[in-house]
Design a protein around this ligand. Structure first.
Ligand SMILES: [Zn+2]
Length: 124
């Protein structure tokens, strides 16, 4: 078994615990990445936005696959979302109905996910 010593946490681990060409183990790598994102919020956001822009086909593909595999969940979620939105803002529902494009609808759901789920919690 091939092992390597992580230069961050100093623990000797199996090679499968390391990403290729990385001197630090996967948990440390993730931690370092998270730390970097926290310290470079603007840059990490820009990188993410840029990545999405350059990979819009892939993003759409992922969304489509998500919809295909979570069809019921998405439908329920969407229905719930629409019901709550209708209560909050009847005008918004008309706008939503205009968006027949699934990807578009998913985008809305994602953007409002946090707000909606916290509201759902409040409403029970
Ligand atoms: Zn480590």
């Amino acid at each position: 078994m091939m092992t390597k010593c992580c230069r961050d946490c100093g623990v000797t681990k199996d090679l499968s615990e390391f990403y290729k060409e990385q001197g630090i183990c996967k948990p440390c790598f993730k931690e370092a990445n998270k730390r970097w994102c926290e310290n470079n919020r603007e840059r990490s956001r820009a990188i993410k936005t840029n990545w999405r822009k350059n990979n819009s086909e892939r993003v759409a593909e992922v969304q489509k696959r998500y919809y295909d595999t979570h069809r019921d969940h998405v439908r329920d979620y969407h229905r719930l979302y629409m019901a709550k939105k209708a209560l909050e803002c009847p005008k918004h529902i008309l706008t939503m109905k205009a968006h027949k494009n699934i990807g578009r609808a998913l985008e809305h759901i994602k953007k409002d996910e946090l707000g909606v789920s916290s509201k759902l919690e409040l409403l029970g």
